[in-house]
Ligand binder design. Structure first.
Ligand code: ADP
Ligand code: ZN
Length: 615
């Protein structure tokens, strides 16, 4: 980690001035100023900040302060138009070059770059493969290179892009141009890998706090996932925009249909849909208020819609890194948001099976990732503390996750665990048979099913010895034994076997305390739409709340007229502040966070009119 070299005395006032005038913000967030000053002064930087932390300003402000154009390398072609629109709405001269562009538009952007008329130019990484592009860039003046989504250089990550490996060459060609790499995904190992592959070991590193305090984490046992999801949407997120993640394409389709049938506007998104449909669905999600996107993990990277109020997982993600990145898409605007997941025995069985595939290194890595994910799900301690620990950071119990809000009970499960493990053991030893969870539970409950009769399992000494627990409770036991590595699952049928760790439990040498699954909440009839805590307007006084609604209606109409997403006009947080402070002059309006010079000129009068019309 290199010290800040020279911080020119003029950069601070310039950077702060740009922050206020262009973006309409009063002060920098933690870490932003240090990095911005360092890059303005010509230094390299590697920035790790959680989603919504404010990475973009770290390269946008230096690009505005330094002479020349900031070249932004981003893999997110489908989002470039929106990113550029958002910057133009602030009065920033921005453009992009990518394969989706009309020839004429490209020529215009190229000419602007060469004439020094662009502050920011977005490019896809594959562009930099061609010598032609490199020569073109050489003919203009480059203020800096920003490498966005820098974790794409990590070969272990799920977003690996080979073209990112070439980006280290930028430095050889333009040794004097500062480079700033940014990502929201980084465990200590990924961090080191990014620095090494991009040649940024000597750069200034900023590791911001990864906490997202406005996100409420909630993980519940999966019982009737569709109903559970519907309950969440109806009671806590009525009318909100959100993302529902599923593992497979077919479940994406099914859930989207299910939500539509229940009157919730939902769209599917997965890699099996053609490009035009995907683009159309993404665009609608960004532009319309209150749409729910049901998607595989193919959706979401770079989606900087600030008012996503919830992210729901109906299947267990494969790693905590993935989970944190996906849930991080909620609540970028800093207002309350929910990260909800339903997780059950079947998820564990399925992922444990998947992680027996591939070569040894790959398998180990997958198993470690899965173990960390399961530990998060089964913890009786604060979820946030666990999450932060995964990223090497400390935290204290947060008061804003399910385990903090309703501490789960634990119970002594030693005897039931022994019954289950000895059933597995007996079948294996006495009959050389292995079975999945369902059949084992039937045996313990003494159910004379067809399969029990077929295999004569009613004659086992363990038959019917487990009637003290219900089927759901037994499933919770199996799930937790799998999560703890006291059972493993194998093969196409998900058969269970013992592990070396099972023996001490069977011998009574290791007492076992398990988490008691909370009983599912009954649908809360008293909860009114709009009355929940995750609503942007929830804690506003009634008058301000109705004003907020009017401002949103004005914003929707304005955005539609201009063909841009609503948040490009103003964020919810800005409208909220306007609604609660009720400014009466342009001067007062300009003091509100998110109202910069350009937007004041463009929308100031219209906003004041909306406010005046309000009785
Ligand atoms: P990231 O790229 O890290 O996910 P963004 O750069 O999109 O995050 O920033 C998240 C949100 O925070 C945006 O709405 C942005 O305008 C806002 N923001 C960033 N920096 C500041 C600041 N210093 N003051 C107020 N809002 C900020
Ligand atoms: Zn907590």
């Amino acid at each position: 980690m290199a010290p800040v070299t020279s911080t020119s005395s003029t950069s601070t006032p310039q950077a702060t001035e740009v922050l206020r005038r262009v973006f309409g913000y009063d002060s920098f967030r933690e870490g932003q100023q240090e990095i911005i000053e360092h890059v303005v002064a010509g230094g390299d930087a590697l920035v790790l900040m959680p989603t919504g932390g404010g990475k973009s300003l770290c390269y946008q402000i230096p690009a505005l302060v330094r002479p020349g154009t900031g070249v932004v390398v981003s893999p997110l072609i489908a989002l470039m138009q929106d990113q550029v629109d958002a910057l133009r709405a602030l009065g920033v001269r921005a453009g992009f070059l990518n394969s989706t562009q009309e020839f004429g538009d490209r020529e215009v952007t190229e000419a602007e770059y060469l004439a020094g008329e662009l502050d920011l130019l977005y490019l896809a990484p594959e562009r930099l493969r061609s010598e032609q592009t490199l020569q073109f860039l050489s003919r203009g003046k480059i203020a800096l290179f920003a490498i966005d989504e820098a974790h794409c250089v990590s070969q272990w990550g799920h977003d690996f892009r080979p073209d990112y490996l070439r980006l280290s060459a930028l430095h050889e060609r333009w040794p004097d141009v500062p480079r700033i790499a940014l990502t929201a995904t980084a465990t200590p190992a990924t961090h080191a890998e990014i620095a090494q592959r991009l040649g940024l070991e000597q750069a200034r590193h900023l590791v911001a706090g990864f906490d997202r305090p406005n996100i409420r984490y909630h993980i519940e046992p999966k019982q009737e996932p569709k109903r559970q999801l519907l309950r969440l949407l109806r009671t806590e997120h009525d009318g909100d925009a959100g993302i529902v993640y599923c593992l497979s394409r077919s479940s994406v389709e099914k859930i989207a249909l299910f939500l539509q049938e229940n009157g919730i506007p939902a769209l599917p998104y997965h890699a099996g849909l053609d490009a035009a449909t995907r683009a159309a669905h993404q665009s609608r999600f960004l532009r319309e208020d209150g749409l729910v996107m049901v998607a595989t993990i193919a959706f979401g990277m770079g989606i900087d819609k600030p008012d996503v109020r919830f992210v729901a997982h109906l299947d267990l993600p494969k790693s905590v890194e993935g989970y944190y990145q996906e849930t991080g898409r909620a609540g970028r605007d800093g207002l309350p948001a929910t990260a909800w997941m339903a997780y059950g025995l079947q998820d564990v069985v399925q992922l444990r099976k998947l992680s027996t595939e591939g070569d040894e290194t790959h398998r180990r890595r997958q198993l470690d990732q899965l173990d960390a994910m399961l530990a998060l799900c089964e913890t009786v301690d604060c979820r946030r503390v666990r999450l932060l620990a995964y990223f090497g950071q400390d935290g204290s119990p947060c008061g804003n996750c399910d385990t903090c809000l309703t501490p789960p009970a634990t119970w002594d499960a030693t005897v039931p665990a022994q019954k289950l493990l000895s059933t597995v053991l007996r079948l294996q030893r006495e009959r050389n048979q292995r079975f999945g969870a369902g059949h084992l539970i039937d045996i313990l409950l003494g159910k004379k099913t067809e399969k029990v009769l077929q295999f004569d399992h009613a004659s086992l000494t363990v038959f019917g010895v487990g009637t003290e627990l219900s089927e759901a409770e037994w499933r919770a036991v199996v799930r937790q034994l799998l999560a703890l590595g006291l059972l493993t699952v194998e093969g196409e049928y998900g058969t269970l076997s013992l592990t070396p760790e099972s023996a001490p439990v069977l011998r009574g040498e290791r007492p076992l305390s398990l988490r008691r699954d909370p009983t599912p909440r009954k649908p809360d009839r008293s909860a009114k739409p709009g009355g929940s805590s995750a609503k942007p307007a929830a804690d506003l006084a009634p008058e301000a709340a109705s004003l907020f609604d009017r401002l949103r209606a004005w914003r929707a109409a304005t955005a539609k007229e201009q063909g841009v997403p609503a948040y490009v006009v103003f964020h919810d947080a800005t409208l909220r502040e306007i609604a609660s402070t009720h400014p009466t002059t342009l001067g007062e309006l300009s003091g509100i966070s998110g109202v910069g010079e350009n937007k004041l000129t463009k929308y100031g009068e219209a906003i004041l009119t909306v406010l005046e019309d309000h009785p």
